[in-house]
Write a protein that binds this ligand. Structure first.
Ligand code: PLP
Length: 294
């Protein structure tokens, strides 16, 4: 999607200032040359990011996204973003969004090779049309992520819980899923536990209980999943974080992929075996996810 608006921020802006951070960010031409070729985000995917859903100009779940950006930055030894500065910058970008759905991306990069400062920028784009995924659902194949459930704890340098810019593997998994005739993938550990999709969390429903894999299994803790679990809890459903086996996914009454922009996409088949899609319930979930959330 073409970028509609962009600004760059000074990620080392001091906390000791007056009320506003507006002098620490600059609007730039989203189509123009802005970043030097020496950028480590471009050369090595060395940085962290967030994608925020925007509905009718309202940026959803800004606090949880900024908390996760801070955690990713910490895991990647980048300076922790200044929440108030980023909030102001996000509000500035969201003000440019029109009616309908858009996407705001926050990017914090290691900066230029041998440079002295990280680089940060925020972009706005129109959201893709996700109507089909939300209604008809997505067919998934399960793909081995190549490590066991205990690897994140044993090898923190793999940055498995961080949302880094290195998404080449995630995109390769989506292409592999398409080669196999599906729409998307679900990663599983080599010892048979469900993790997440390349760009989404996985939740399962069995009766009135909803389950998602434990975030410490080296997956991203989804802002959409957290928000939806709070909503489901309020509606009287049971929600839980558990170790989820591949057989649990296969046997669940229903399952969804959840993410900030596509929102709730029901899983309509797992490895070629059809799963029922509850259209009415899914519509309710997406109506909630499209309502203004903070
Ligand atoms: N897991 C991965 C790997 C993701 O890339 C994403 C979103 O991009 C998610 C889970 C879902 O996170 P969120 O709901 O915060 O968008």
């Amino acid at each position: 999607m073409a970028l509609l608006f962009a600004l760059v921020l000074d990620p080392l802006a001091s906390e000791n200032r007056g009320q506003s951070f507006s002098d620490t960010f600059t609007v730039v031409d989203p189509d123009g040359p802005v970043l030097p070729l020496g950028e480590l985000s471009a050369q090595r995917g060395d940085g962290v990011f967030e994608s925020i859903g925007v509905v009718d100009g309202h940026a959803q779940e800004v606090g949880p996204h900024l908390d996760r950006l801070a955690r990713s930055a910490q895991l990647a030894d980048l300076p922790v973003p200044h929440a108030q500065q980023w909030r102001e910058a996000i509000a500035r970008v969201a003000a440019e969004a029109g009616a309908g759905e858009s996407v705001i991306k926050l990017i914090l990069s290691r900066g230029v090779e041998h440079g002295s400062s990280p680089t940060a920028w925020i972009t706005l784009a129109a959201a893709p049309d996700n109507a089909r995924a939300r209604t008809e659902g997505v067919r998934v194949v399960t793909l081995d992520r190549g490590y066991q459930l205990d690897v994140p704890g044993r090898a923190p340098w793999l940055l498995l819980g961080a949302k880094t810019l290195s998404y080449a593997v995630n995109m390769a998994a989506v292409r592999e899923a398409k080669r196999r005739g599906a729409d998307d993938a679900v990663f599983v550990t080599s010892d048979g536990y469900v993790l997440e999709a390349p760009t989404a969390s996985v939740i399962l429903r069995s009766g009135d209980k909803f389950v998602t894999p434990e975030p410490h299994a080296g997956i991203l803790h989804g802002t959409t999943q957290r928000s939806l679990f709070t909503h489901l809890g309020g509606r009287g459903f049971e929600t839980a974080y558990e170790e989820v086996l591949l057989s649990d996914l296969r046997n669940a009454d229903a399952a969804w992929l959840l993410s900030s922009v596509r929102l709730a996409a029901p899983i309509s088949a797992v490895d070629g075996v059809e799963k029922p899609v509850d259209r009415v319930f899914t519509d309710e979930l997406n109506a909630y996810l499209l309502s203004p959330r903070d």
